[in-house]
Ligand binder design. Structure first.
Ligand code: ADP
Ligand code: ASP
Ligand code: MG
Length: 422
């Protein structure tokens, strides 16, 4: 008997009819003799609706007391889902029980709205599985050491599911979603995008961290760290397709060296519209400047992504970096309050209309000229590159947001990603 974890995203849980379909699919897996744990998201649009209500009663802020209540509120979306799914399974004649994060408990740190899972107690879940029930655990949520409800950041149910699978040493974690796997890029932007039969953890990690929303980055980190077999597949196939067929569908996330691996140099293209660029102009070119600027930003708990510093002229240089758009206004405030007064410049500029486009592939390690091919494809479209950042297996550029789709399509074509690999 295998222990399997299924995760269903918001769209898959989007209506009572869809929830009944999820129940039928899970029942099929349970009847085949598997022990089943299911981690659903809130019904589609629900988390946005809840956070929208919060905005109506309170202006945005970073005060911990406010963040606590946002989590209290947002966590309710998943509680609705688990209750409905347990009822739907029982209606199918399958014994099922639902738990919120705090009932399991899923323990997290206290970083409200972006908490990290620290441990999962498997006792209660195992007891219910041993009693022959399907166990349904609310995604996206946990509890901190002081008993406060926390949430894991947007898209966090992926991470809940993988962490549950790791804690229970599940045979496999299946992420059911509204596309039938991981594609060379978002198929909603490039219709020619091709589904990958396999993708390595490293590539998936870069794609997720470069903005591809198919999996929350922390879920991929967890899967890599605990070697959780992970598959992304569609919840929109008929629920009664043969289990053996379903079990090998979608995209398998593999470890490098697996024989099934595809061997493209560039495997995928990710993009991200969630960042903003900030430049501090005319700063003195002397030791300690980067620390002075970015130290103050880090102290405010703001994450920085791409960083560039220009060559200096007359002892002055420009320093630019990107942050999440949600942190843009706060970063500017921090710079004006803490950095500008001691730095001898008051020229802080920002641009929120940027995007980051990245090519990702472990084959880039052993091939030269990949970045220049990327720059050529962009220049042929007349797209100006504002910033560049590279790692062993990815190259990212920051460009004007209005060229994002054009850039993604041009790169998809330049790297022949619409062609099957021979
Ligand atoms: P869920 O609600 O199931 O968690 P998400 O909306 O979070 O689903 O993620 C699935 C979506 O991710 C797809 O609908 C697709 O538009 C988008 N996406 C972005 N990049 C990719 C990619 N490389 N492959 C497949 N889907 C992608
Ligand atoms: N419901 C949460 C969100 O919308 C978590 C998730 O869907 O994974 O972000
Ligand atoms: Mg998601």
């Amino acid at each position: 008997m295998a222990l399997i974890v299924h995760k269903y995203g918001g769209t898959s849980m989007g209506s009572t009819e869809r929830i009944r379909n999820v129940a039928r699919r899970v029942a099929k897996w349970a009847r085949a003799g598997n022990q089943m744990v299911v981690v659903p998201s809130a019904m589609s649009g629900e988390t946005n609706r809840l956070l929208g209500l919060a905005k109506e009663v309170s202006p945005a802020g970073s005060d911990p007391a406010m963040q606590r209540e946002l989590d209290m509120l947002a966590a309710t979306g998943e509680q609705v889902s688990v209750g409905l799914l347990a009822l739907a399974l029982q209606a199918e004649g399958v014994p099922a029980i639902s738990f919120t994060g705090w009932q399991v408990p899923v323990r997290t740190n206290n970083a409200y709205t972006k908490a990290r899972i620290e441990s999962i107690d498997d006792q209660r879940v195992r007891a219910e599985l041993d009693a022959g029930k399907v166990v349904i655990i609310a995604g996206f949520q946990g509890i901190d050491n002081d008993g406060h409800i926390t949430t894991l950041g947007r898209g966090g149910s992926d991470t809940s599911a993988v962490a549950v699978a790791a804690a229970l040493k599940a045979a496999e974690c299946l992420i059911f979603t509204d596309v039938d796997g991981v594609y060379t890029t978002d198929p909603r932007v490039v219709p020619e995008a091709r589904r990958l039969a396999t993708v390595t953890f490293e590539e998936m990690l870069e794609m997720a961290s470069m903005g591809s929303k198919i999996l929350q980055i922390r879920s991929v980190e967890f899967a890599g760290k605990y070697q959780v077999p992970l598959r992304v597949l569609s919840s929109f196939t008929p629920w009664d397709i043969p289990l053996a067929q379903e079990a090998v569908s979608g995209t398998l996330i593999t470890f490098e060296g697996d024989e099934t691996m595809e061997s493209a140099v560039v495997s995928g293209i990710a993009f991200n519209r969630d960042e903003a660029k900030i430049s501090v102009l005319g700063v003195p070119d002397r030791p300690g400047i980067a620390y002075q600027i970015l130290g103050a930003v880090a102290d405010a708990n703001i994450e920085v992504d791409v960083i560039i510093q220009n060559v200096s002229h007359d002892g002055k240089t420009d320093f630019s970096f990107t942050v999440h758009r949600n942190d843009y206004a706060r970063t500017i405030d921090v710079l004006k309050a803490k950095v500008v007064p001691t730095l001898g410049t008051d020229r802080v500029e920002g641009d929120t209309r940027i995007c980051k486009v990245s090519i990702v592939g472990i084959g880039m390690r052993s091939h030269v000229g990949i970045a220049s091919k990327m720059f050529r494809a962009l220049s042929e479209e007349g797209i100006n590159i504002q910033m560049i950042s590279t790692s062993e297996i990815k190259t990212s550029v920051v460009i004007d947001e209005k060229y994002m789709e054009l850039a993604v399509r041009a790169l998809h074509r330049a790297f022949d990603l619409d062609q099957p690999i021979g």
